[in-house]
Design a protein around this ligand. Structure first.
Ligand SMILES: Cc1cc2nc3c(=O)[nH]c(=O)nc-3n(C[C@H](O)[C@H](O)[C@H](O)COP(=O)(O)OP(=O)(O)OC[C@H]3O[C@@H](n4cnc5c(N)ncnc54)[C@H](O)[C@@H]3O)c2cc1C
Length: 459
């Protein structure tokens, strides 16, 4: 029996788990996959919004609070974070009207980091954009952060301090109230706890508020090769009346072009929009294109049943990453009041050091190699990842158990050759470190094995 069960090990589940792990509580996080945050928080950098254009008061307060907290959270955990600022641009009367609305609502919401500009300054962006801008708004506090590193930092710190158990590969199937406790049935076992935090949208309990059917929308992401130069470090938003486009340079040096629309588009339509947006963009600049379907503004934060020990937070809001630190703190406060528990005095609020050879000086690398020669052996030559980094990603608290887990922690196989030169070596390392047969090594999700079987059997 646990004090608290959190269902779902995404950013929201892990950030709440981290805040609660500072108290003398026995917590379980149930995650259906073999690693945390396998779904939405995987993109290589995401925007930390500062609260602009939000018409919903509760969301707005959380975005503002989260945006203010993010820099210090990222600093504490050594998570890549950069305050880039953003500009919203308009080029005709209708778009100017949208821009004015965004400016006014931001002012009403007491957002002070905004500057409105016109003509001369707007023309600055003509160098990189295909259209001429007449008006713009500059949000100084917009930033980018690495969402997977953020989630991993929360999860590792909670796990390392004890008190939080991760149940990987277990899908919660039902939630029942049995007397004063909740009973969670998974595909493998049964667990009970007086408090449940359900972060999985499609896992319903009888008290869940059924939201009205929301309209579907699509996000299209085009990643360019690193050789493409966006021409600015800011996040550029172009406002259209029927669509939203933004582009920015990620930590890896690629440009990410995002198109949000209710229209279903094919590759040529997506590329056509990119051509009409960016002056220097060419077909050969494209590295990857992804499409996501989502429900507009689909975020449910229901704390009305806290007196009975049940909280539901689920949905994929455009700013869930931004709100995560603030939301976790608010939910922790509610639960602490409900359970009346004590702060631990042995808590180490720090993530264990990580190693990234690419960002270290020669002196730092040489001292590391002296301690462990594996940091001098390159395994993934495209991304310059060493054997030492791969082994650390497996052995550290809450270490990787899949190839995708190692990739997200170290960057292996995300370079030019997509793993064709090093995947076999990495599979061997993971098998030997986890004491598994090669044919048991999992690529990403359930039943996705790297090897489908042997082609020859020998005596
Ligand atoms: C395309 C896209 C772009 C985004 N961009 C931004 C951005 O730029 N800035 C920003 O602030 N936000 C952004 N967001 C929002 C943010 O990334 C996500 O909403 C956020 O990561 C969601 O976190 P979560 O923990 O709620 O959900 P998830 O990450 O989906 O976590 C839920 C977890 O529950 C697990 N699970 C599912 N079913 C079960 C079950 N039955 N039992 C146990 N576990 C289960 C899943 O495997 C998953 O790990 C974006 C979202 C999307 C979709």
């Amino acid at each position: 029996m646990y004090d608290i069960i959190i269902i779902g090990g995404g950013l929201i589940g892990c950030s709440i788990g981290y805040e609660l792990s500072k108290y003398n509580l026995n917590i379980a996080i149930i995650e259906s996959e073999y690693d945390i945050a396998i779904t939405a928080a995987s993109s290589n950098s995401s925007i930390v919004y500062s609260g602009m254009e939000n018409y919903d008061k509760i969301n707005y307060e959380l975005i503002k609070q989260g945006s203010q907290m993010m820099e210090s959270v990222a600093k504490k955990f050594n998570v890549p974070y950069k305050k880039t600022g953003s500009v919203f641009l308009a080029s005709d009367e209708n778009e100017e009207k949208l821009l004015d609305d965004i400016y006014e609502i931001s002012k009403q919401n007491n957002l002070f980091d905004i500057l409105k500009f016109q003509n001369e300054e707007a023309k600055e962006y003509d160098k990189i954009l295909k259209f001429s801008s007449s008006k713009g708004v500059h949000f100084l506090n917009t930033a980018i952060v690495k969402p997977y590193d953020l989630t991993l930092s929360y999860a590792e710190t909670a796990f390392y301090n004890g008190g939080v158990e991760f149940k990987f590969g277990e899908a919660a199937e039902t939630i029942k109230k049995v007397h004063e406790k909740f009973e969670i049935k998974t595909n493998k076992s049964k667990y009970t706890a007086p408090v449940i935090i359900n972060t999985v949208k499609k896992l319903y309990f009888k008290w869940d508020v059924k939201k009205e059917e929301a309209k579907n929308a699509y996000s299209y992401y085009v990643y360019t090769k690193k050789s493409f130069n966006l021409g600015t470090n800011k996040v550029i938003f172009k406002l259209y009346t029927d669509m939203r486009i933004y582009a920015y340079k990620t930590f890896q040096g690629n440009t990410k072009i995002c198109i949000k629309s209710i229209l279903k588009m094919d590759t040529e339509q997506i590329l056509g929009i990119c051509f009409s947006l960016l002056k220097n963009f060419k077909r050969e600049d494209v590295e990857n294109i992804y499409t996501w379907e989502y429900y507009k503004n689909d975020l449910l934060i229901d704390t009305n049943n806290i007196d009975y020990g049940y909280i539901k937070v689920a949905g994929k809001n455009f700013a869930s990453i931004t709100i995560a630190p603030a939301l976790a703190l608010n939910i922790k406060d509610l639960i602490i009041k409900h359970l009346n528990c004590q702060l631990r005095n042995d808590y180490i609020d720090k993530r264990r050091d990580t190693y990234n050879i690419k960002t270290m000086t020669d002196d730092e690398i040489n001292s590391l190699i002296e301690l462990d020669p594996n940091f001098g052996k390159i395994v993934c030559s495209c991304e310059k990842v060493t054997l030492g980094e791969i082994i650390d990603s497996i052995r550290r608290p809450l270490g990787a158990r899949t190839i995708e887990g190692i990739k997200r922690r170290t960057g292996i196989t995300s370079g030019y050759c997509s793993g064709s030169a090093c995947l076999q070596a990495i599979t061997n390392i993971l098998a030997s470190e986890t004491n598994k047969k090669l044919s048991e090594v999992i690529k990403e999700s359930k039943n996705s094995f790297v090897l489908s079987g042997r082609i020859k059997e020998f005596d």
